[in-house]
Design a protein around this ligand. Structure first.
Ligand SMILES: Cc1cc2nc3c(=O)[nH]c(=O)nc-3n(C[C@H](O)[C@H](O)[C@H](O)COP(=O)(O)O)c2cc1C
Length: 344
């Protein structure tokens, strides 16, 4: 096995995520044990014109940081890959899964799943200019009539990809259905390079189930770590962590510390911190103290698919942290900045 393959073997990685994968949040997830971290999606066409620069930065604790590129033109994608390498990436990821209309209409992201030959040529072109580990992120297919992850995966492997990241949904499905791990499993059977399975992992039991039921040995986590950044520690140890209210405040305060350090502590910096904290609260408030019995009761779905309609907890502090109400999020933000909370 080459080193590049070893790099992607038996790892639990934090997914590339626009907004969610901001540098301070990656730093927090790294601290909780994310083995690989990745930039938000960088548009190759913009990068080569001098844009997207801030997205290339990483924190020194991110010792296995990758840059994700999205594009459909060989010239810009290869030039962007060179820029990414020069900026200190440890690996490059190519995004052929992006479902956003604007991207797909231009023929990039998931649109390339409909043109496997073109996708393979892009992988080959980037491979030719990049010595770093190279991963290729795909979906199960463009839509349910075109499930082609196995074919696309084989082509990418043949053109020199060192790993495949497979999100077990089609472009058309968005998040409405659970990820289909049988497709991910088929890809892992069909190729020799490591496959990072992606979709719906929220608890240590999800990971244990996928390890038991599929040949997949590496995993990529997105919404799960937006809901609870400590998921990486749970996955590494196998032990669920049900934090107290004070501990939840401490985790949020830790994020704010990192955000202040990164964005600055002046009015402008704090404005950005506020924007990101409020953004993260849309995910953080969804945390619930699920146990193994909840996990088993919802099989075969993952708990992440559950839209919790449960009553607000009695304890007012618990209720505040569980609230999806924007006014409550502003209260939390203020109390974080003032250090006025039980975790302080
Ligand atoms: C807020 C958010 C932003 C995302 N941005 C990206 C992105 O920039 N590039 C990418 O390849 N996938 C992106 N994704 C998709 C995730 O990487 C992942 O494939 C998907 O969410 C499924 O994993 P999950 O079930 O663990 O959430 C994003 C997902 C979320 C929730």
């Amino acid at each position: 096995m080459t080193d590049a393959r070893a790099f992607f073997t038996d790892v639990v990685a934090m997914a590339p995520m626009a907004q969610g994968g901001n540098l301070p949040y990656r730093r927090l997830c790294r601290e909780f044990g994310a083995q690989l971290t990745c930039s938000e999606m960088v548009l190759a066409d913009k990068l080569v014109k001098g844009g997207e620069g801030p997205l290339l930065r990483h924190h020194e604790s991110e010792d296995a940081f990758g840059i994700q590129l999205c594009g459909k033109r060989k010239e810009s994608l290869t030039e962007a890959a060179r820029i990414a390498v020069d900026s200190g990436a440890r690996f490059i990821d190519l995004n052929f899964g992006c479902p956003i209309d604007l991207i797909v209409r231009r023929g990039a992201g998931a649109a390339l799943l409909k043109k496997p030959g073109k996708l393979a040529a892009l992988v080959a072109a980037v491979r030719a200019v990049v010595d770093l580990p190279l991963s290729v992120k795909i979906r199960s297919g463009y839509n349910e009539q075109r499930i082609n992850a196995v074919d696309v995966g084989r082509l990418a492997e043949a053109e020199g990809a060192d790993a495949l990241v497979v999100h077990g949904r089609t472009r058309a499905q968005r998040y409405k259905r659970s990820a289909d791990w049988s497709v991910i499993s088929d890809v892992a059977e069909a190729v020799d390079i490591p496959v990072l399975g992606n979709g719906d992992i929220l608890t240590p039991w999800d990971l244990e189930r996928r390890r038991r039921e599929t040949p997949v040995r590496s995993f990529l986590i997105a919404r799960g770590c937006l809901i609870k950044p400590w998921l990486f520690r749970e996955l590494a140890t196998g032990d669920p962590w049900q934090p107290t209210v004070a501990e939840r405040w401490q985790v949020m305060a830790r994020y704010l510390d990192f955000a202040r350090e990164h964005f600055g502590d002046d009015e402008k910096g704090l404005g950005r911190c506020r924007r990101f904290v409020i953004w993260h609260l849309h995910f953080w408030h969804r945390w619930r103290p699920f146990g193994e019995a909840d996990f088993l009761a919802h099989l075969p779905e993952s708990l992440i698919q559950m839209r919790s309609a449960d009553a607000a907890p009695d304890d007012p502090e618990q209720a505040l942290l569980s609230s999806g109400d924007e006014a409550d999020h502003e209260v939390i933000w203020r109390r974080l900045v003032d250090g006025d909370h039980p975790g302080a």
